[in-house]
Ligand binder design. Structure first.
Ligand SMILES: *[C@@H]1O[C@H](CO)[C@@H](O)[C@H](O)[C@H]1NC(C)=O
Ligand SMILES: *[C@@H]1O[C@H](CO)[C@@H](O)[C@H](O)[C@H]1NC(C)=O
Ligand SMILES: *[C@@H]1O[C@H](CO)[C@@H](O)[C@H](O)[C@H]1NC(C)=O
Ligand SMILES: *[C@@H]1O[C@H](CO)[C@@H](O)[C@H](O)[C@H]1NC(C)=O
Ligand SMILES: *[C@@H]1O[C@H](CO)[C@@H](O)[C@H](O)[C@H]1NC(C)=O
Ligand SMILES: *[C@@H]1O[C@H](CO)[C@@H](O)[C@H](O)[C@H]1NC(C)=O
Ligand SMILES: *[C@@H]1O[C@H](CO)[C@@H](O)[C@H](O)[C@H]1NC(C)=O
Ligand SMILES: *[C@@H]1O[C@H](CO)[C@@H](O)[C@H](O)[C@H]1NC(C)=O
Length: 389
């Protein structure tokens, strides 16, 4: 069983283009969560000033234009708030197996998004009297099956601000692929994610991260009947943040003071108004209820809320001022991804910590084996890269 994975890894790594390779070194762009939501994935490497390897490899391949080769490999790069970069990615640069107390753990699994769209009343008018739009959307409660990936890591020492003892990052995308095939079901080139959330967000000043804050202050409690399980619960609220300077990349595109790296949206072409409309941009409305549970093996998440939402526009989708009301309910159940996690999480009483969570270095042989193989491959590839350059 172990043999099969390394073999696939080698094959896959050999087939991966340089942009993706450099990400696998663990030193990916820290600003991905803000910049990658635009579909031109090829540009993200150079947007990170701290990432010389990534920049050099992507410039050497993209002779003249941006192109993105897709391997459909799952990518964890945009799950963390950028302020973790200095703790768990920068130290790893060129040392794939380096360990950090802030590596955190990954979970992968299946998700479901249920939503109801309520359109404004259609006014049939005559002549040149202004009318409200004639919009059509799916009627009643709709359901979308998704795959998702989550990262949970200990609170970083800096910047000041967050209170939650851990940060959770999450993304999900529409898919019919089996969970067992999740590693090869993603697209780094397409703008796939419909759900993206980090429970802590970064606050910029003069272009650099000044502080961070919890977008969701979590109330963490011990689950009854299982000393290794916690429940957590909170309400999404960025009101205090709304007036701060934003990362220059993130326009105030969403209502509800949303951020580009923080979104829940519905697929494009669901609604039409003469022509098909783009994605419905829900953002994370203040008041969204977020709860879940976590053991060292399973992460469960539930999000629910309602808002008035607009549409993403831009080719081929027309601009529109029409808004629709949306209620949504999202659930995710993920399993601990031992192969990709250098840590294990100890939630609840097993943490031996009043914060009800702690993280330890993983000792499982599978992790060590795959990490060291990864390391060997990386150094091999890095030297190949050097030879080519
Ligand atoms: C949409 O929600 C807003 C705010 O809650 C409400 O005022 C409005 O009546 C709703 N529109 C429809 C069509 O339900
Ligand atoms: C559209 O219809 C609603 C009620 O059906 C009415 O309140 C509103 O004024 C109408 N709008 C226009 C532009 O006619
Ligand atoms: C308990 O958790 C907090 C926050 O995660 C951490 O700062 C502290 O070091 C932990 N204490 C112990 C004894 O592990
Ligand atoms: C935290 O959760 C517990 C258990 O659900 C509840 O009793 C308590 O009121 C909550 N505290 C806050 C501040 O929401
Ligand atoms: C999440 O929602 C599901 C379905 O509504 C429910 O069964 C489950 O208990 C919820 N989980 C938590 C942690 O509240
Ligand atoms: C999770 O915790 C249980 C109980 O301590 C333990 O038996 C199991 O091996 C742990 N699993 C992982 C993946 O660490
Ligand atoms: C968590 O939220 C879901 C809906 O999002 C709700 O059905 C469930 O009852 C909530 N669980 C708790 C423990 O509050
Ligand atoms: C997770 O581990 C598997 C097996 O080692 C590897 O093929 C895959 O690329 C890793 N995924 C990520 C996102 O690093």
């Amino acid at each position: 069983m172990l043999l099969r994975h390394p073999f696939l890894t080698i094959l896959a790594l050999l087939a991966v283009p340089t942009r993706v390779l450099s990400r696998k070194g663990g030193d990916s762009s820290s600003s991905d969560s803000e910049s990658d939501t635009s579909s031109s994935g090829g540009s993200s490497g150079s947007s990170d000033p701290g990432d010389s390897e990534d920049t050099s490899s992507s410039t050497s391949t993209s002779s003249g234009g941006l192109h993105c080769s897709d391997t459909h490999r799952l990518d964890f790069d945009d799950l963390q708030p950028p302020h973790y970069y200095q703790y768990n990615r920068a130290p790893r640069r060129g040392h794939a197996s380096a360990y950090s107390d802030w590596d955190g753990v990954f979970f992968k699994g299946e998700a479901s998004l249920k939503y109801t769209i309520i359109t404004p009343p259609n006014n049939l008018t005559e002549g040149d009297i202004a009318s409200s739009s004639l919009i059509t959307c799916p009627f009643g409660t709709q359901s979308t099956r998704m795959l998702g990936a989550a990262w949970v890591g200990a609170k970083a020492p800096t910047p000041a601000g967050p209170v939650n003892p851990f940060t959770l990052g999450f993304k999900a995308w529409e898919s019919n692929v089996r969970v067992s095939d999740i590693d090869y079901s993603y697209s780094v080139c397409e703008d796939l994610d419909l759900v993206q959330l980090t429970t802590t967000v970064d606050w910029y000043n003069g272009g650099s991260i000044e502080k961070a804050m919890d977008a969701v202050a979590l109330n963490i409690t011990q689950a009854a009947g299982n000393s290794n399980k916690i429940l957590f619960d909170g309400v999404y609220d960025l009101k205090d943040w709304a007036d701060s300077e934003r990362n220059s990349i993130q326009a105030a595109e969403y209502d509800n003071s949303g951020l580009r790296g923080q979104m829940i949206s519905l697929p494009d072409s669901l609604c039409s108004e003469g022509r098909k409309l783009g994605k419905i941009l829900i953002g994370w409305p203040t008041g969204t209820h977020i709860n879940g549970s976590m053991t060292n093996e399973t992460l469960e998440l539930n999000f629910s809320g309602l808002t008035v939402a607009g549409f993403e526009h831009g080719s081929p989708f027309p601009d529109t001022d029409t808004k629709v009301n949306v209620t949504f309910e999202f659930t995710f159940t993920g399993s601990f991804d031992a192969a990709n996690s250098s840590q294990v999480v100890l939630p609840g009483a097993s943490s031996h910590n009043t914060s009800l969570i702690s993280f330890e270095r993983a000792t499982g042989s599978a992790t060590v084996a795959s990490l060291s193989l990864h390391c060997v491959l990386m150094s091999l590839l890095v030297s190949l890269g050097v030879m080519v350059v």
